[in-house]
Design a protein around this ligand. Structure first.
Ligand code: MN3
Length: 201
């Protein structure tokens, strides 16, 4: 059985960028529900109980039985994506490490150009989904996924992800997704993202 991570900050901590009500609902209702449904699906598949949630997604097409694959894609993806999302936020301003900055400059030109390209990708996700900074074959790349699909299933390592489902921003920003994305940049924990990069490159 997987469990809901405790957030390392209070629901109010990311105000005024991310409002407390959205943070609390997002964590205690949306994230919790993906987790509960994943655990429910896996309770009927004991052969998968040795795999971590990330491994489930990495091995989705090879080891997860076809009859539960779509549910694991949705609920396992929802669980792992939200783990990463909430982990990557902080009320304290941080900066990319030298190693990550160097890699971003190599693959995108500059940190600013990377942010612009990521913002563009997140803005133009049609419907519900995610935009990602991923590591793939030692290169950084910006990708998007629909619904709760995970970059892990494509053989990529997600380093940073933004949830652009409306539940992530509608209470505060209504239909103004670009304002939510601008707010996101104020609360990204670059230290966490840098650590992820350095552990996986
Ligand atoms: Mn969400």
């Amino acid at each position: 059985m997987y469990s809901l991570p405790v957030l390392p900050y209070a629901y109010t901590a990311l105000e005024p960028h991310f409002d407390a009500q959205t943070m609390e609902l997002h964590h205690t209702k949306h994230h919790q529900t993906y987790l509960d449904k994943l655990n429910e699906v896996l309770s009927n598949a004991p052969e998968l109980s040795q795999l971590s949630a990330v491994e489930l997604l990495q091995k989705l097409d090879t080891q997860v039985p076809a009859e539960i694959r779509q549910k694991v894609r949705n609920f396992g993806g929802g669980y792992v994506n939200h783990n990463l999302f909430f982990e990557s936020l902080t009320p304290n301003q941080t900066h990319p490490s030298l190693a990550l900055t160097t890699a971003i400059e190599k693959d995108f030109g500059s940190v600013e150009q990377f942010k612009n390209a990521f913002t563009q990708a997140a803005t133009t996700v049609f419907g519900s989904g995610w935009a990602w900074l991923v590591l793939t074959d030692e290169k950084l790349q910006i990708t998007t996924t629909p619904n709760q699909d995970s970059p892990y299933t494509q053989g990529q390592i997600p380093l940073l992800g933004i949830d652009v489902w409306e539940h992530a921003y509608y209470l505060k920003y209504q239909n103004r997704r670009p304002e939510f994305i601008a707010a996101f940049w104020q609360v990204v924990d670059w230290q966490v993202v840098s650590n992820r990069f350095e552990q996986n490159r």
